[in-house]
Design a binder for this molecule. Structure first.
Ligand code: ADP
Ligand code: MG
Length: 174
């Protein structure tokens, strides 16, 4: 049985007219790692080339668990990597998945030197753990996921910043 992921809409703002910034947020709750993977799967299914997901949350929050689900939703056969100092891991699913893990990032410049725009504006999807460590390098249109909680309960506040992300979030929430 597929557990129902609860979600609540914070006011769904009307779509951008003129120069107004589009920001839409939806909050999801999960009660286990499996449910978090399912949420990730649902997110992965809704993504398009050029989607960028910025994950924000402490160590152990569930960023990697959610990323595994996102990868599964994008039909990546198996997202496993041994611990390494590589900042960017590439996987192939129905789209390429570029998994950035910025845990060991020493400075935003270190990422800047890798030319992140070629990933952000490329043919695939970018999922970034510890995205706040390179905030100024993030593209203007992105989904931000803030993860909090304790024990097995986790809250995922998914905020769409920009019109492409807002459309993806509509698909995720529907
Ligand atoms: P992060 O990448 O944010 O540092 P991980 O995803 O690697 O964190 O680890 C999350 C840990 O929390 C795992 O050990 C997982 O089993 C546990 N956990 C417990 N409940 C949940 C939940 N609802 N969602 C995700 N992880 C959970
Ligand atoms: Mg992690």
């Amino acid at each position: 049985m597929v557990p129902l992921l609860q979600h609540s809409n914070t006011p769904l703002l009307p779509f951008c007219a003129g120069h107004r910034m589009v920001e839409v947020a939806v909050t999801f709750h999960t009660g286990s790692p499996e449910e978090t993977e399912l949420l990730g799967e649902r997110i992965g299914e809704a993504l398009e080339p050029g989607s960028v997901i910025a994950l924000i949350g402490e160590l152990g929050a569930g960023k990697t668990v959610l990323t595994k689900g996102i990868a599964r939703g994008l039909r990546v056969p198996d997202l496993v990597h041994s611990p390494s100092f590589t900042l960017i891991h590439e996987h192939m699913g129905r789209l390429p998945v570029y998994h950035f893990d910025l845990y060991r990032l020493k400075s935003p410049e270190e990422l800047e030197n890798l030319g992140p725009e070629s990933y952000f504006y490329g043919d695939g999807v970018v999922v970034i753990e510890w995205a706040e460590r390179a905030r100024e390098l993030l593209p203007p249109d992105r989904l931000e996921v803030r993860i909090s909680g304790e024990d097995e309960r986790r809250t995922f506040e998914v905020r769409a910043i920009g019109p492409d992300s807002a459309r993806a979030l509509e698909r995720i929430a529907s």
